[in-house]
Design a protein around this ligand. Structure first.
Ligand code: ATP
Ligand code: MG
Length: 175
């Protein structure tokens, strides 16, 4: 059995989530089973939600994020912490279901960074995951312990972003 990889897409530049979707698309094309769990729900209904529906049962996206998250890790609301725990329990159940070949944990790095998930709990799950499972973790500020464990880490670095010259979020580009 081939051993799965742990891949991290981090950094402050654009492309972390879309690169993970691209890899998922590639794997789904081989008939592999792919799931993306989105830990932080954005304001937009994104195009990938509808595109990926056409790829079931090979690729599915589940949105777990809800509500308002504070970036100050000391000051999360009780309900936010509860939602994060529920989301993480769901993720663990799906990871250990052994149904998937590629498992994308979208924006999980931010969840750890915001103090909503314990990095050691995530590390324990990654160390005990089904051997063949490939896991991709996206989001800014990946924790050093996650980087140390990963096989591949890519840092998207912002060289320029259209947002800075006032271009608003665009259909097909941001959502
Ligand atoms: P994408 O979803 O386009 O792959 P991402 O996952 O790398 O981007 P996130 O940090 O998750 O980016 O941010 C989500 C949204 O913020 C995206 O719609 C993205 O276009 C936008 N964004 C990403 N990088 C920047 C940046 N450096 N400045 C402003 N907005 C950004
Ligand atoms: Mg993202």
């Amino acid at each position: 059995m081939e051993k799965g990889l742990i891949i991290v897409n981090t950094g402050n530049g654009k492309g972390k989530t879309t690169a993970a979707l691209g890899l998922g698309l590639r794997a789904a094309g081989h008939g592999m089973k792919v799931i993306m769990l989105q830990f932080i729900k954005g304001a937009w209904h994104t195009g990938e939600l509808d595109a990926i529906k056409r790829l079931e049962p090979y690729f599915k996206i589940v949105q777990l994020g809800q509500g308002f998250i504070r970036t100050n890790k000391e000051k999360q609301a009780e309900s936010t912490i509860e939602n994060a725990n529920t989301a993480w329990n769901y993720a663990k159940k799906e990871i250990f279901s052994n149904l998937y070949d590629v498992f994308i944990l979208d924006e999980i790095n931010n969840m750890i960074d915001y103090g909503l998930l314990n990095v050691d709990d995530v590390i324990t799950v990654l160390k005990n995951k089904p051997a063949r499972l490939n896991v991709i973790l996206t989001g800014r500020n990946a924790h050093n312990k996650i980087i140390a464990l990963a096989d591949t880490v890519t840092e998207m670095r912002e060289v320029k972003h259209h947002y800075k010259k006032g271009v608003k979020a665009k259909k097909g580009i941001e959502f």
